[in-house]
Design a protein around this ligand. Sequence first.
Ligand code: BES
Ligand code: MN
Ligand code: ZN
Length: 485
Amino acid sequence: MRISIARKRAADLAADMIVIPVAKGSETGGAARELAPGVRAALADRIEKTGFEAKPAATLTLQSDGADIVLVGMGDSQDAETWRRAAARARSAAGGIKAETIAICVGSGRAASKHVGPVVEGFLLADYRFEKYKSRDEDAYDGPSSLIVAGASLPPSASAAVKRSRSASEAVCSARDLINEMSTVKTPSYLAKTARAIAREGGLSCTVWQGKKLESERMNGILAVSAGSAEPGAFIKLVYKPKRKAKAVVAVIGKGITFDSGGLSLKPAKSMEAMKQDMSGAAAVLGLMKAVAEIAPAVEVRGYVASAENMPGGRAQKPGDVITFRNGTSAEVLNTDAEGRLVLADALCVACEEKPDVMVDLATLTGACMVALGTRIAGIMGNDQGFVNALIKHGEQAGEKIWQLPLPDEYKEDIKSSVADIQNIGSSYGGTITAGLFLAAFVSDTKWAHIDIAGPAFAEKPMPYRPRGGTGFGIMTLLSYLDSF
Ligand code: BES
Ligand code: MN
Ligand code: ZN
Protein backbone atom coordinates (compact mmCIF):
# COMPACT_ATOMS: atom_id res chain seq x y z
CA MET A 1 0.00 0.00 0.00
CA ARG A 2 1.27 3.43 -0.93
CA ILE A 3 0.67 5.89 1.89
CA SER A 4 1.16 9.60 1.39
CA ILE A 5 0.38 12.83 3.18
CA ALA A 6 -1.49 15.56 1.34
CA ARG A 7 -1.44 19.03 2.87
CA LYS A 8 -4.50 20.00 0.91
CA ARG A 9 -8.10 20.98 1.46
CA ALA A 10 -10.72 18.35 0.72
CA ALA A 11 -11.76 20.15 -2.49
CA ASP A 12 -8.26 19.78 -3.92
CA LEU A 13 -7.77 16.05 -3.35
CA ALA A 14 -7.46 13.61 -6.22
CA ALA A 15 -8.84 10.22 -5.13
CA ASP A 16 -11.55 7.70 -5.97
CA MET A 17 -12.99 8.19 -2.52
CA ILE A 18 -12.71 11.07 -0.09
CA VAL A 19 -13.54 10.12 3.46
CA ILE A 20 -14.53 12.80 5.93
CA PRO A 21 -14.94 11.80 9.56
CA VAL A 22 -17.61 14.02 11.15
CA ALA A 23 -18.66 14.60 14.74
CA LYS A 24 -22.22 14.16 15.93
CA GLY A 25 -24.16 17.41 15.67
CA SER A 26 -21.61 18.77 13.21
CA GLU A 27 -22.41 16.64 10.16
CA THR A 28 -21.46 19.40 7.73
CA GLY A 29 -18.46 20.48 9.79
CA GLY A 30 -14.76 19.62 9.82
CA ALA A 31 -13.21 18.89 6.46
CA ALA A 32 -16.70 18.88 4.88
CA ARG A 33 -16.43 22.68 4.95
CA GLU A 34 -13.42 22.47 2.65
CA LEU A 35 -15.41 20.92 -0.22
CA ALA A 36 -16.32 22.92 -3.30
CA PRO A 37 -19.50 25.00 -2.73
CA GLY A 38 -21.58 22.90 -5.14
CA VAL A 39 -20.55 19.64 -3.49
CA ARG A 40 -21.17 21.12 -0.06
CA ALA A 41 -24.68 22.11 -1.02
CA ALA A 42 -25.42 18.66 -2.44
CA LEU A 43 -24.03 17.08 0.72
CA ALA A 44 -26.15 19.29 2.99
CA ASP A 45 -29.14 18.30 0.90
CA ARG A 46 -28.34 14.60 1.26
CA ILE A 47 -27.87 14.92 5.02
CA GLU A 48 -31.18 16.72 5.27
CA LYS A 49 -33.05 14.14 3.15
CA THR A 50 -31.61 11.04 4.81
CA GLY A 51 -31.54 12.45 8.34
CA PHE A 52 -27.93 11.27 8.58
CA GLU A 53 -26.55 11.49 12.09
CA ALA A 54 -22.82 11.05 12.74
CA LYS A 55 -23.18 8.16 15.15
CA PRO A 56 -20.12 5.91 15.46
CA ALA A 57 -19.76 3.74 12.32
CA ALA A 58 -22.66 5.43 10.46
CA THR A 59 -21.75 6.40 6.90
CA LEU A 60 -23.28 8.55 4.20
CA THR A 61 -22.07 8.47 0.61
CA LEU A 62 -22.47 11.20 -1.99
CA GLN A 63 -21.51 10.45 -5.55
CA SER A 64 -19.92 13.53 -7.00
CA ASP A 65 -18.30 13.57 -10.43
CA GLY A 66 -14.72 13.57 -9.16
CA ALA A 67 -14.88 11.13 -6.27
CA ASP A 68 -17.27 9.48 -3.89
CA ILE A 69 -17.55 11.59 -0.76
CA VAL A 70 -18.06 9.40 2.30
CA LEU A 71 -18.96 10.87 5.67
CA VAL A 72 -18.07 8.60 8.57
CA GLY A 73 -19.72 9.20 11.94
CA MET A 74 -17.46 9.68 14.93
CA GLY A 75 -20.13 10.19 17.60
CA ASP A 76 -18.79 12.63 20.11
CA SER A 77 -15.39 11.09 20.54
CA GLN A 78 -12.02 12.06 19.10
CA ASP A 79 -9.90 9.36 20.71
CA ALA A 80 -7.42 7.17 18.86
CA GLU A 81 -9.74 4.16 18.80
CA THR A 82 -12.57 6.17 17.20
CA TRP A 83 -10.16 7.31 14.47
CA ARG A 84 -8.93 3.74 13.91
CA ARG A 85 -12.51 2.55 13.53
CA ALA A 86 -13.39 5.42 11.20
CA ALA A 87 -10.46 4.46 8.96
CA ALA A 88 -11.60 0.83 9.09
CA ARG A 89 -15.05 1.95 7.90
CA ALA A 90 -13.35 3.81 5.08
CA ARG A 91 -11.58 0.61 4.05
CA SER A 92 -14.82 -1.35 3.95
CA ALA A 93 -16.59 1.43 2.03
CA ALA A 94 -13.78 1.25 -0.52
CA GLY A 95 -14.85 -2.30 -1.40
CA GLY A 96 -18.27 -1.06 -2.53
CA ILE A 97 -16.85 0.97 -5.41
CA LYS A 98 -13.55 -0.93 -5.83
CA ALA A 99 -11.68 2.27 -5.05
CA GLU A 100 -7.95 2.30 -5.78
CA THR A 101 -7.07 5.58 -4.08
CA ILE A 102 -8.69 6.64 -0.83
CA ALA A 103 -8.14 9.96 0.90
CA ILE A 104 -9.03 10.29 4.57
CA CYS A 105 -9.30 13.82 5.97
CA VAL A 106 -7.88 14.10 9.47
CA GLY A 107 -8.78 17.78 9.84
CA SER A 108 -6.71 20.90 9.76
CA GLY A 109 -4.58 22.39 12.49
CA ARG A 110 -1.80 20.90 14.58
CA ALA A 111 -4.19 18.87 16.77
CA ALA A 112 -5.13 16.85 13.67
CA SER A 113 -1.64 15.36 13.52
CA LYS A 114 -2.34 12.97 16.38
CA HIS A 115 -5.03 11.33 14.24
CA VAL A 116 -2.57 10.38 11.52
CA GLY A 117 -1.19 7.28 13.27
CA PRO A 118 -4.57 5.82 14.23
CA VAL A 119 -5.92 6.40 10.70
CA VAL A 120 -3.02 4.50 9.15
CA GLU A 121 -3.44 1.70 11.69
CA GLY A 122 -7.21 1.36 11.29
CA PHE A 123 -6.90 1.35 7.51
CA LEU A 124 -4.02 -1.13 7.19
CA LEU A 125 -5.40 -3.48 9.84
CA ALA A 126 -8.83 -3.48 8.18
CA ASP A 127 -7.16 -4.15 4.83
CA TYR A 128 -5.72 -7.47 6.10
CA ARG A 129 -6.82 -10.69 4.40
CA PHE A 130 -5.60 -14.28 4.73
CA GLU A 131 -6.33 -15.76 1.33
CA LYS A 132 -3.31 -17.94 0.76
CA TYR A 133 -5.43 -21.09 0.56
CA LYS A 134 -8.28 -19.69 -1.54
CA SER A 135 -8.38 -20.01 -5.29
CA ARG A 136 -8.14 -16.62 -6.90
CA ASP A 137 -10.92 -15.03 -8.87
CA GLU A 138 -9.20 -13.35 -11.83
CA ASP A 139 -11.18 -10.12 -11.77
CA ALA A 140 -11.64 -9.88 -8.02
CA TYR A 141 -10.97 -6.52 -6.34
CA ASP A 142 -7.62 -6.74 -4.57
CA GLY A 143 -8.25 -3.75 -2.34
CA PRO A 144 -6.98 -0.21 -2.63
CA SER A 145 -3.41 0.51 -3.68
CA SER A 146 -3.05 3.96 -2.20
CA LEU A 147 -4.02 5.78 1.00
CA ILE A 148 -3.80 9.55 1.25
CA VAL A 149 -3.86 11.08 4.72
CA ALA A 150 -5.13 14.60 4.15
CA GLY A 151 -4.98 17.70 6.33
CA ALA A 152 -4.29 21.27 5.27
CA SER A 153 -1.67 22.13 7.89
CA LEU A 154 -0.25 18.81 9.02
CA PRO A 155 3.16 19.31 10.66
CA PRO A 156 6.34 17.53 9.42
CA SER A 157 5.98 15.00 12.28
CA ALA A 158 3.04 13.49 10.37
CA SER A 159 5.46 11.51 8.17
CA ALA A 160 7.09 9.95 11.22
CA ALA A 161 3.64 9.00 12.51
CA VAL A 162 2.83 7.32 9.19
CA LYS A 163 6.10 5.42 9.29
CA ARG A 164 5.67 4.23 12.86
CA SER A 165 2.05 3.18 12.42
CA ARG A 166 2.87 1.41 9.19
CA SER A 167 5.62 -0.63 10.88
CA ALA A 168 3.31 -1.43 13.79
CA SER A 169 0.41 -2.45 11.56
CA GLU A 170 2.56 -4.55 9.26
CA ALA A 171 3.95 -6.33 12.32
CA VAL A 172 0.42 -7.06 13.49
CA CYS A 173 -0.45 -8.40 10.04
CA SER A 174 2.61 -10.65 9.99
CA ALA A 175 1.59 -12.02 13.40
CA ARG A 176 -1.89 -12.65 11.98
CA ASP A 177 -0.36 -14.53 9.05
CA LEU A 178 1.51 -16.79 11.45
CA ILE A 179 -1.59 -17.42 13.57
CA ASN A 180 -3.76 -18.14 10.54
CA GLU A 181 -1.18 -20.46 8.98
CA MET A 182 -1.95 -24.16 9.41
CA SER A 183 -0.19 -26.03 12.19
CA THR A 184 1.32 -28.59 9.86
CA VAL A 185 3.29 -25.77 8.26
CA LYS A 186 4.11 -23.56 11.23
CA THR A 187 5.95 -26.00 13.44
CA PRO A 188 8.30 -24.86 16.23
CA SER A 189 11.17 -25.15 13.71
CA TYR A 190 9.23 -22.88 11.35
CA LEU A 191 8.85 -20.27 14.11
CA ALA A 192 12.61 -20.51 14.66
CA LYS A 193 13.22 -20.00 10.95
CA THR A 194 10.88 -17.00 10.99
CA ALA A 195 12.73 -15.54 13.98
CA ARG A 196 16.06 -15.91 12.18
CA ALA A 197 14.66 -14.10 9.15
CA ILE A 198 13.34 -11.25 11.34
CA ALA A 199 16.76 -10.98 12.99
CA ARG A 200 18.59 -10.94 9.67
CA GLU A 201 16.36 -8.23 8.24
CA GLY A 202 16.23 -6.08 11.33
CA GLY A 203 19.78 -6.44 12.60
CA LEU A 204 18.72 -8.26 15.77
CA SER A 205 20.58 -11.07 17.45
CA CYS A 206 18.87 -14.46 17.43
CA THR A 207 19.50 -17.63 19.40
CA VAL A 208 17.62 -20.89 18.90
CA TRP A 209 17.82 -23.90 21.18
CA GLN A 210 16.57 -27.23 19.89
CA GLY A 211 17.28 -30.93 20.53
CA LYS A 212 20.36 -31.66 22.68
CA LYS A 213 20.77 -27.98 23.56
CA LEU A 214 17.30 -27.94 25.16
CA GLU A 215 18.43 -30.96 27.21
CA SER A 216 21.74 -29.47 28.34
CA GLU A 217 19.95 -26.23 29.21
CA ARG A 218 17.35 -28.23 31.16
CA MET A 219 14.41 -26.74 29.27
CA ASN A 220 12.35 -29.60 30.63
CA GLY A 221 8.93 -28.07 30.12
CA ILE A 222 9.43 -27.63 26.37
CA LEU A 223 10.93 -31.14 26.18
CA ALA A 224 8.07 -32.74 28.14
CA VAL A 225 5.37 -31.13 25.99
CA SER A 226 7.26 -31.94 22.76
CA ALA A 227 7.72 -35.59 23.74
CA GLY A 228 4.39 -36.67 22.24
CA SER A 229 5.06 -34.98 18.91
CA ALA A 230 7.14 -35.78 15.84
CA GLU A 231 8.10 -32.10 15.75
CA PRO A 232 11.00 -31.01 17.96
CA GLY A 233 10.34 -28.10 20.31
CA ALA A 234 12.26 -24.85 20.20
CA PHE A 235 13.30 -22.03 22.48
CA ILE A 236 13.91 -18.80 20.61
CA LYS A 237 15.49 -15.55 21.76
CA LEU A 238 15.65 -12.29 19.79
CA VAL A 239 17.40 -9.20 21.12
CA TYR A 240 17.16 -5.58 20.02
CA LYS A 241 19.65 -3.10 21.47
CA PRO A 242 19.27 0.65 20.90
CA LYS A 243 22.25 2.57 19.48
CA ARG A 244 22.52 4.74 22.60
CA LYS A 245 22.65 3.33 26.12
CA ALA A 246 19.35 1.58 26.77
CA LYS A 247 16.96 3.38 29.14
CA ALA A 248 15.71 0.02 30.40
CA VAL A 249 15.58 -3.66 29.50
CA VAL A 250 12.16 -5.09 28.69
CA ALA A 251 11.66 -8.85 28.26
CA VAL A 252 8.64 -10.21 26.39
CA ILE A 253 7.79 -13.91 26.40
CA GLY A 254 5.33 -15.70 24.13
CA LYS A 255 3.57 -19.05 24.40
CA GLY A 256 4.26 -20.87 21.15
CA ILE A 257 2.20 -24.05 21.11
CA THR A 258 1.90 -24.53 17.36
CA PHE A 259 -0.96 -26.96 17.85
CA ASP A 260 -2.71 -27.87 21.07
CA SER A 261 -4.44 -31.25 20.80
CA GLY A 262 -4.41 -31.42 24.60
CA GLY A 263 -1.90 -34.28 24.52
CA LEU A 264 -3.05 -37.48 26.23
CA SER A 265 -5.62 -35.34 28.09
CA LEU A 266 -7.05 -35.01 24.59
CA LYS A 267 -9.40 -32.18 23.74
CA PRO A 268 -12.80 -32.92 22.21
CA ALA A 269 -12.92 -32.27 18.43
CA LYS A 270 -14.81 -28.98 18.70
CA SER A 271 -12.31 -27.50 21.14
CA MET A 272 -9.43 -28.48 18.87
CA GLU A 273 -10.73 -26.71 15.76
CA ALA A 274 -9.04 -23.38 16.42
CA MET A 275 -5.99 -24.66 18.29
CA LYS A 276 -3.59 -23.53 15.59
CA GLN A 277 -4.00 -20.20 17.37
CA ASP A 278 -2.19 -21.46 20.47
CA MET A 279 1.02 -19.75 19.37
CA SER A 280 -0.56 -16.29 19.32
CA GLY A 281 1.68 -15.12 22.17
CA ALA A 282 4.72 -16.23 20.18
CA ALA A 283 3.36 -14.56 17.04
CA ALA A 284 2.96 -11.33 19.01
CA VAL A 285 6.55 -11.54 20.26
CA LEU A 286 7.90 -12.17 16.74
CA GLY A 287 5.75 -9.38 15.30
CA LEU A 288 6.81 -7.04 18.09
CA MET A 289 10.50 -7.71 17.45
CA LYS A 290 10.03 -7.05 13.74
CA ALA A 291 8.38 -3.69 14.52
CA VAL A 292 10.94 -2.84 17.20
CA ALA A 293 13.78 -3.27 14.70
CA GLU A 294 12.10 -0.64 12.51
CA ILE A 295 10.81 1.75 15.16
CA ALA A 296 14.03 1.63 17.24
CA PRO A 297 12.77 2.47 20.74
CA ALA A 298 15.14 3.74 23.46
CA VAL A 299 15.01 0.47 25.43
CA GLU A 300 16.60 -2.93 24.99
CA VAL A 301 13.92 -5.46 24.06
CA ARG A 302 14.40 -9.19 24.52
CA GLY A 303 11.84 -11.45 22.91
CA TYR A 304 11.56 -15.08 24.01
CA VAL A 305 9.43 -17.79 22.45
CA ALA A 306 8.76 -21.14 24.11
CA SER A 307 7.52 -23.43 21.37
CA ALA A 308 6.25 -27.00 21.16
CA GLU A 309 3.54 -29.03 19.51
CA ASN A 310 1.23 -30.65 22.07
CA MET A 311 0.41 -34.12 20.72
CA PRO A 312 -0.54 -37.52 22.20
CA GLY A 313 2.16 -39.63 20.48
CA GLY A 314 3.63 -42.83 21.90
CA ARG A 315 6.32 -40.97 23.82
CA ALA A 316 3.93 -38.33 25.14
CA GLN A 317 4.18 -37.19 28.74
CA LYS A 318 1.54 -38.83 30.92
CA PRO A 319 -0.73 -37.55 33.64
CA GLY A 320 1.14 -38.18 36.89
CA ASP A 321 4.57 -37.46 35.39
CA VAL A 322 6.76 -34.98 37.25
CA ILE A 323 8.89 -32.31 35.57
CA THR A 324 11.82 -30.77 37.41
CA PHE A 325 12.36 -27.33 35.98
CA ARG A 326 15.50 -25.28 35.43
CA ASN A 327 15.06 -23.31 38.66
CA GLY A 328 14.74 -26.50 40.73
CA THR A 329 10.95 -26.34 41.12
CA SER A 330 9.17 -29.62 40.39
CA ALA A 331 5.65 -29.92 39.04
CA GLU A 332 3.28 -32.84 38.71
CA VAL A 333 1.52 -32.89 35.34
CA LEU A 334 -2.04 -33.95 36.13
CA ASN A 335 -3.48 -32.68 32.87
CA THR A 336 -1.36 -32.60 29.71
CA ASP A 337 -3.72 -29.98 28.27
CA ALA A 338 -2.40 -27.44 30.77
CA GLU A 339 0.78 -27.36 28.66
CA GLY A 340 1.24 -23.63 28.11
CA ARG A 341 2.41 -23.03 31.68
CA LEU A 342 4.95 -25.87 31.30
CA VAL A 343 6.73 -24.33 28.31
CA LEU A 344 6.41 -20.81 29.73
CA ALA A 345 8.03 -21.92 32.99
CA ASP A 346 11.29 -22.60 31.10
CA ALA A 347 11.19 -19.25 29.33
CA LEU A 348 10.36 -17.31 32.52
CA CYS A 349 13.37 -18.94 34.23
CA VAL A 350 15.74 -17.92 31.44
CA ALA A 351 14.33 -14.39 31.15
CA CYS A 352 14.64 -13.92 34.93
CA GLU A 353 18.23 -15.18 35.02
CA GLU A 354 19.10 -12.47 32.49
CA LYS A 355 17.71 -9.79 34.86
CA PRO A 356 15.53 -7.46 32.79
CA ASP A 357 13.92 -4.41 34.43
CA VAL A 358 10.47 -5.75 33.62
CA MET A 359 9.09 -8.81 31.88
CA VAL A 360 5.71 -9.64 30.45
CA ASP A 361 4.41 -12.86 28.98
CA LEU A 362 1.61 -13.22 26.46
CA ALA A 363 -0.21 -16.52 26.32
CA THR A 364 -3.43 -18.11 25.08
CA LEU A 365 -3.36 -19.81 28.43
CA THR A 366 -6.83 -20.61 29.73
CA GLY A 367 -10.34 -21.16 28.46
CA ALA A 368 -11.35 -19.91 31.91
CA CYS A 369 -10.17 -16.43 30.94
CA MET A 370 -12.67 -16.43 28.08
CA VAL A 371 -15.40 -17.52 30.49
CA ALA A 372 -14.48 -14.61 32.78
CA LEU A 373 -13.82 -11.80 30.31
CA GLY A 374 -15.25 -12.92 26.97
CA THR A 375 -13.50 -12.81 23.65
CA ARG A 376 -12.57 -9.13 23.45
CA ILE A 377 -10.75 -8.54 26.71
CA ALA A 378 -7.46 -10.02 27.88
CA GLY A 379 -6.72 -10.82 31.53
CA ILE A 380 -3.63 -9.49 33.29
CA MET A 381 -1.97 -10.54 36.54
CA GLY A 382 1.37 -9.57 37.98
CA ASN A 383 3.63 -8.90 40.92
CA ASP A 384 4.02 -5.16 40.42
CA GLN A 385 0.96 -2.92 40.36
CA GLY A 386 2.75 -0.03 38.65
CA PHE A 387 3.79 -2.23 35.74
CA VAL A 388 0.34 -3.81 35.46
CA ASN A 389 -1.26 -0.34 35.47
CA ALA A 390 1.10 0.84 32.75
CA LEU A 391 0.23 -2.09 30.48
CA ILE A 392 -3.51 -1.59 31.04
CA LYS A 393 -3.17 2.11 30.22
CA HIS A 394 -1.14 1.48 27.06
CA GLY A 395 -3.67 -1.19 26.10
CA GLU A 396 -6.44 1.42 26.28
CA GLN A 397 -4.52 3.77 24.01
CA ALA A 398 -3.71 0.96 21.62
CA GLY A 399 -7.28 -0.29 21.31
CA GLU A 400 -6.54 -3.50 23.23
CA LYS A 401 -8.65 -3.99 26.35
CA ILE A 402 -6.95 -5.64 29.32
CA TRP A 403 -8.54 -6.30 32.71
CA GLN A 404 -6.72 -7.22 35.88
CA LEU A 405 -7.37 -10.38 37.88
CA PRO A 406 -5.83 -10.98 41.31
CA LEU A 407 -3.03 -13.39 42.24
CA PRO A 408 -4.07 -14.19 45.83
CA ASP A 409 -1.69 -16.20 48.04
CA GLU A 410 -4.63 -18.19 49.44
CA TYR A 411 -5.16 -19.85 46.08
CA LYS A 412 -1.66 -21.34 46.10
CA GLU A 413 -3.33 -24.17 48.07
CA ASP A 414 -5.04 -25.19 44.86
CA ILE A 415 -1.81 -26.02 43.03
CA LYS A 416 -0.13 -27.92 45.87
CA SER A 417 0.82 -31.43 44.77
CA SER A 418 1.13 -34.56 46.90
CA VAL A 419 4.25 -35.72 45.04
CA ALA A 420 5.94 -32.56 43.72
CA ASP A 421 6.31 -28.88 44.70
CA ILE A 422 3.31 -27.86 42.65
CA GLN A 423 0.86 -29.36 40.15
CA ASN A 424 -0.20 -28.01 36.77
CA ILE A 425 -3.94 -27.67 37.40
CA GLY A 426 -6.03 -26.19 40.21
CA SER A 427 -9.57 -26.95 41.36
CA SER A 428 -12.54 -26.47 39.01
CA TYR A 429 -12.68 -22.74 39.72
CA GLY A 430 -10.45 -19.76 39.07
CA GLY A 431 -8.48 -21.49 36.33
CA THR A 432 -6.94 -18.28 35.02
CA ILE A 433 -5.67 -17.34 38.46
CA THR A 434 -4.23 -20.77 39.27
CA ALA A 435 -2.44 -20.70 35.89
CA GLY A 436 -1.02 -17.29 36.84
CA LEU A 437 0.08 -18.64 40.23
CA PHE A 438 1.81 -21.57 38.52
CA LEU A 439 3.79 -19.12 36.34
CA ALA A 440 4.63 -17.02 39.41
CA ALA A 441 6.61 -19.98 40.77
CA PHE A 442 9.16 -19.35 38.02
CA VAL A 443 9.53 -15.61 38.57
CA SER A 444 12.07 -14.37 41.08
CA ASP A 445 12.91 -10.75 41.95
CA THR A 446 11.70 -9.36 38.64
CA LYS A 447 8.76 -7.09 37.91
CA TRP A 448 6.47 -9.35 35.93
CA ALA A 449 3.06 -9.32 34.29
CA HIS A 450 1.21 -12.16 32.61
CA ILE A 451 -1.38 -11.38 29.94
CA ASP A 452 -3.84 -14.16 29.16
CA ILE A 453 -4.92 -13.52 25.57
CA ALA A 454 -7.01 -16.70 25.09
CA GLY A 455 -10.05 -14.52 24.25
CA PRO A 456 -8.83 -11.70 22.00
CA ALA A 457 -6.02 -13.55 20.19
CA PHE A 458 -8.42 -15.04 17.66
CA ALA A 459 -11.62 -13.47 16.34
CA GLU A 460 -14.28 -16.06 15.54
CA LYS A 461 -16.44 -13.18 14.29
CA PRO A 462 -15.00 -10.16 12.47
CA MET A 463 -14.58 -6.97 14.48
CA PRO A 464 -13.68 -3.44 13.39
CA TYR A 465 -10.21 -3.70 11.81
CA ARG A 466 -9.91 -7.30 13.05
CA PRO A 467 -11.12 -9.72 10.37
CA ARG A 468 -11.98 -13.28 11.38
CA GLY A 469 -8.90 -15.21 12.51
CA GLY A 470 -5.71 -14.25 14.31
CA THR A 471 -5.75 -10.66 15.57
CA GLY A 472 -2.13 -10.00 16.55
CA PHE A 473 -3.38 -8.82 19.95
CA GLY A 474 -0.70 -7.43 22.26
CA ILE A 475 1.72 -5.90 19.76
CA MET A 476 0.11 -2.45 19.72
CA THR A 477 -0.03 -2.32 23.52
CA LEU A 478 3.62 -3.26 23.90
CA LEU A 479 4.78 -0.84 21.21
CA SER A 480 2.91 1.94 22.96
CA TYR A 481 4.56 0.92 26.25
CA LEU A 482 8.03 0.84 24.66
CA ASP A 483 7.44 4.31 23.20
CA SER A 484 6.84 5.68 26.71
CA PHE A 485 10.54 5.46 27.66
N1 BES B 1 -4.60 -23.39 24.74
C1 BES B 1 -5.52 -23.71 25.77
C2 BES B 1 -6.36 -22.51 26.22
C3 BES B 1 -7.27 -21.92 25.18
C4 BES B 1 -8.59 -22.33 25.09
C5 BES B 1 -6.83 -20.93 24.35
C6 BES B 1 -9.42 -21.77 24.15
C7 BES B 1 -7.66 -20.36 23.40
C8 BES B 1 -8.97 -20.78 23.31
C9 BES B 1 -4.75 -24.24 26.99
O1 BES B 1 -3.58 -24.92 26.71
C10 BES B 1 -5.65 -25.20 27.67
O2 BES B 1 -5.94 -26.21 27.10
N2 BES B 1 -6.06 -24.87 28.89
C11 BES B 1 -6.91 -25.70 29.64
C12 BES B 1 -6.39 -25.73 31.05
C13 BES B 1 -7.01 -26.77 31.92
C14 BES B 1 -6.65 -28.16 31.44
C15 BES B 1 -6.53 -26.55 33.34
C16 BES B 1 -8.31 -25.12 29.58
O3 BES B 1 -8.45 -23.91 29.56
O4 BES B 1 -9.25 -25.89 29.50
MN1 MN C 1 -3.95 -26.99 26.32
ZN1 ZN D 1 -2.64 -24.45 24.98
